[in-house]
Design a protein around this ligand. Structure first.
Ligand SMILES: Cc1ncc(C[n+]2csc(CCOP(=O)(O)OP(=O)(O)O)c2C)c(N)n1
Ligand SMILES: [Mg+2]
Length: 277
């Protein structure tokens, strides 16, 4: 069933709030991974509003769905999502990556309520997500495990070992996204080490694979709904996204947005101009 207009409005508003808080917390610190955080804001908005079963009052609830943010450098977007949903106080966002913080620049499951896996060393998250999914399958538990990897991250060979294992074990409770923003730390992915055709590659590894617009909530909803109905196959959703989406001309579709300097005043200016306040 298609999304209702009211649901879509909620998702759009929440994604804008995620982008706002991401810019504010990185602006407070002065530097951070802006591009890859802003590109997943719509996916996070969907997952934490509709896609995943979670309980902000009980982040380690056993019945929850899991998220492994394998591209752990995008932590600021996930922290903003979790704070806005009440997993922890909004005040914590201004402590991003400062001494003693619960919000390190890359995700750490031992520090932050709602973070399911420690990530940041690219290439490992899909293996962790596969392990969590296999454990739940063996225990006949209904939880879904979500993962988000980067297009540049897809160059890491360990992803393809995870791909084989997840398909071998028939992990239909594993739903992964590739945040396909076509850029990585120091260039265009196609120039550094091309990874396409991603849909053909994941299908060849035995996965259900589909390509969507990662900023279109109908597309995201259809792909996740279909993934949850799969029988015997994990799903990879190749989400075409724009790096730095919502960050204005300075950050949108710019390789230099990957890890960039930003003052709090500049963040507020971008929020006014690119995100309508
Ligand atoms: C194993 C490993 N090598 C290098 C890095 C440094 N690094 C951090 S982000 C990044 C680029 C990743 O590109 P992509 O996966 O496309 O991320 P996004 O565009 O979403 O930011 C690199 C090389 C790392 N974190 N881990
Ligand atoms: Mg990328």
């Amino acid at each position: 069933m298609a999304l209702l207009d009211s649901e879509k409005k909620e998702l759009i508003d929440f994604a804008r709030d995620i982008r706002k808080q991401t810019l504010l917390c990185i602006g407070t610190l002065g530097v951070g991974h802006i591009g890859g955080s802003l590109s997943i804001a719509d996916i996070l908005s969907y997952l934490y509003t509709k896609g995943m079963k979670v309980d902000s009052n009980n982040p380690s609830w056993e019945g929850r769905d899991y998220l492994v943010l394998s591209k752990g450098h995008s932590g600021p977007a996930l922290y903003s999502t979790l704070a806005l949903k009440g997993f922890f106080s909004m005040d914590l966002l201004s402590t991003l990556n400062k001494g003693g913080t619960l919000l390190p620049s890359h995700c750490d499951r031992t520090k932050t309520p709602g973070i399911d896996m420690t990530t940041g060393s690219l290439g490992q998250g899909l293996s962790a997500a596969s392990g969590i999914a296999l454990a739940h399958k063996l225990s006949k538990k209904p939880n879904f495990v979500f993962a988000i990897i980067g297009d540049g991250e897809s160059e890491e060979g360990q992803n393809w070992e995870a791909a084989m294992a997840a398909s071998h074990y028939g992990l239909d409770n594993l739903i992964a996204f590739t945040d396909n923003n076509k850029m990585q730390i120091d260039g265009l992915t196609k120039d550094v080490l091309g990874v396409e055709d991603l849909v053909a590659k994941w299908k060849a590894f035995g996965w259900n694979a589909v390509r969507i617009n990662g900023h279109d909530f109908d597309d995201i909803d259809r792909a996740v709904t279909d993934a949850k109905r799969q029988n015997g196959k994990p799903t990879m959703i190749i989400a075409d996204t724009v790096k730095g989406k919502g960050g204005g001309a300075r950050f949108e579709n710019q390789v230099s947005s990957h890890n960039a300097q930003l003052t709090l005043d500049e963040a507020k200016e971008i929020i006014k101009e690119a995100l309508n306040g």
